[in-house]
Design a protein around this ligand. Structure first.
Ligand SMILES: [Zn+2]
Length: 229
């Protein structure tokens, strides 16, 4: 955590607090709903900046100047990575805000595997959503049709996501839970303590049309399980 970040955070905090005060002075008869909207918009902005700066405050963000022995290693063979420059990735946060991650890309000189070590450290999944937004999307999609879940994400969180993306994230979560169940079922000799097993947060079906035979389409139902991680 460097001094520049301290100063940036203080300046942004100050700007947001003073901005809210100025807005209130300019709107002396505002309703509570209007006040909440103004506060939330500012807090979303502050929150996204804090997440972005905190996420990048890691030695894994920019490691190209580090000694070879301290560089991130290949996940397959353990060889220190060779840098291939920096690239940015933008993730959607709540309230229409975004979190940008600028980090070094590395390639394994032995087996050719390429990766972003920071993404691995942060456990950032594929897609354009921050982990919190991704979890909310899966929760919503577990309760309602995918298209409706997309609408609710925009309405509630200011996050824009396609129906295809919603389907993909929900399928992935469902498959992950299925894998956990399968692993547990095949581990009868050493039962897992119940407290160590994530409890399913909800179960919900969704339908999709799939081609059957001779040009006939049929609707299949799939059940999805969202986990409390
Ligand atoms: Zn390798």
């Amino acid at each position: 955590m460097n001094e520049e970040m301290d100063q940036n955070w203080q300046a942004l905090s100050q700007e947001i607090l003073l901005g809210m005060k100025a807005w209130r002075l300019a709107h002396p008869k505002a309703t509570l709903r209007e006040i909440e909207q103004e506060v939330n918009a500012r807090m979303d902005r502050l929150g996204a900046q804090l997440v972005q700066d905190a996420a990048q405050a890691s030695s894994t963000t920019e490691w190209t100047t580090q000694p070879v022995s301290q560089r991130p290693t290949c996940s397959k063979c353990g060889t220190p990575l060779v840098s291939r420059g920096s690239r940015s990735r933008r993730l959607q946060s709540r309230g229409g805000q975004s979190v940008e991650l600028k980090r070094s890309y590395g390639v394994c000189p032995t087996c050719g595997v390429g990766l972003f070590p920071l993404d691995h450290e942060l456990d950032v999944q594929e897609g354009s959503l921050t982990p919190a937004q991704q979890e909310r999307l899966i929760l919503l999609a577990s309760w309602m049709p995918f298209a409706r879940a997309c609408e609710m994400m925009t309405h509630l969180l200011g996050v824009h996501v396609s129906e295809a993306t919603t389907r993909r994230h929900t399928y992935t979560a469902g498959n992950a839970y299925e894998a956990i169940q399968t692993a547990q079922a095949s581990d009868d000799a050493a039962p897992v303590e119940s407290s160590a097993v994530p409890a399913p947060m909800m179960v919900s079906p969704d339908g999709a049309l799939v081609p059957l035979v001779d040009g006939v389409w049929g609707e299949v139902k799939a059940a999805f399980l969202a986990l409390s991680m």
